[in-house]
Write a new protein. Structure first.
Length: 83
């Protein structure tokens, strides 16, 4: 069984922007504080923070329609998921 993909801070910021969400909106959806989200988005690599907080942000973005793209030679990214 594979682990859930760990997004980067830049992927989280890009996903939020792609959806037109503010930091307070995403923080509220993930039930975390805005400063915690800011620290995650500022991470140079994998999003830093408590694993449950990163997972909550990732789940909130996925529920809003984001698909996280793993860095499989072309670089990590995000896109709107197809239904």
């Amino acid at each position: 069984m594979s682990e859930k993909y760990q997004p980067t801070g830049r992927q989280i910021a890009a996903a939020r922007t792609l959806l037109g969400m503010s930091q307070p909106d995403l923080a509220d959806a993930a039930n975390i504080s805005v400063p915690t989200l800011r620290r995650m988005e500022a991470s140079p690599g994998e999003a830093t923070g408590l694993a449950n907080n990163v997972s909550a942000v990732q789940s909130a973005l996925e529920a809003a329609g984001i698909a996280f793209l793993q860095p499989n030679g072309g670089g990590a990214g995000v896109r709107l998921a197809t239904a």
